[in-house]
Design a protein around this ligand. Sequence first.
Ligand code: NAD
Ligand code: UDP
Ligand code: UDP
Length: 346
Amino acid sequence: QHDELSRSSYGLGGKVGRVPVGITGRRLRIVVTGGAGFVGSHLVDKLIARGNDVIVIDNFFTGRKQNLVHLFGNPRFELIRHDVVEPILLEVDQIYHLACPASPVHYKYNPVKTIISFSTNVMGTLNMLGLAKRIGARFLLTSTSEVYGDPLEHPQKETYWGNVNPIGERSCYDEGKRTAETLSMDYHRGAGVEVRIARIFNTYGPRMCLDDGRVVSNFVAQAIRKQPLTVYGDGKQTRSFQYVSDLVNGLVALMEGEHVGPFNLGNPGEFTMLELAQVVKETIDPSATIEYKPNTADDPHMRKPDISKAKELLNWEPKVPLREGLPLMVNDFRNRILNEDEGKGM
Ligand code: NAD
Ligand code: UDP
Ligand code: UDP
């Protein structure tokens, strides 16, 4: 029904001339897999705001309808409950492929979900590449800085091949994304699919999963709940944290640009986990305490993107430093935690 509506509105208000148009001259139609998730829902907001037709495919493994509820009823928006491990037939111009169980809690501790993560990265990516090939759509893969493993090169450039333990606890995610990159390049070289590869570094912002175990969501939720901030290991390991709107701008610049990549998309500002805990304390609760816990095996000691390639070829760089970005997610977290406490299960 939404589809009918969006078809009939193609010619409305002379808008077609002002928004990016697809090969047939109509408004761009874009699929976002994993669009009900944290990054995906922000991307969908941007695409809808600039006048595209957007179809979200999501199986709600970690995503939530609440992330998109403000778009329900919008004739340019469609939501399909579907697992990308199964084939699907659609007609679109661009595919942003984000679907992936990315939560460290899931992939580190539950072997069954580990397999789901790997099959989503392999079979899901294969299906989306098959779809892109059949309909001549441009395909963007959201890969990850985890392809660099525990890096021996610092900061990491796209030319670095990485240091991943193939039999470690984190391997299903790292190797799954490495395979997804391989498949994407094979379809590009072998079938001429227009491919774009983003290697995303740690990203945070509103709508992050509350309890998926990532460090920013853990610290922010803990500070709000008046629980100690759990620092794993000695807390001296580093990460570089990117605000979600910067990432979304980078993904769109990559999709619209002429370069395959891979491109690092991340904020080069580097913090130890203890420094991050300090920023969270300053932002939310100066009296928050720290509790040390054992770290997981193979945890990368440091991570920081070299983004010169994206700066030069995509004309992109992040704009929001950690101290400005963190406060922007606190209200969203407070509201959801409040709703959870009231039993609404948001
Ligand atoms: P998220 O868990 O919020 O979103 C992933 C979405 O994919 C969810 O809505 C989930 O329900 C959906 N999904 C999972 N398996 C699926 C399947 N088989 N079929 C259909 N939908 C499925 O995670 P996110 O942080 O928004 O991550 C989005 C993408 O960016 C992922 O590919 C992730 O690997 C990548 N990435 C994210 C970060 C980060 O820091 N957030 C860093 C590196 C890479
Ligand atoms: N596929 C899909 N939608 C399409 C086209 C293909 O889901 O519109 C799936 C298809 O089921 C297959 C995968 O993508 O599992 C790879 O397709 P491709 O045509 O490249 O490979 P083949 O089907 O020839 O093995
Ligand atoms: N971490 C932590 N406390 C937490 C969760 C994570 O100190 O409550 C650490 C974790 O050991 C890692 C870093 O924070 O060194 C980033 O972890 P995350 O899972 O967010 O991202 P990734 O390891 O995938 O970069």
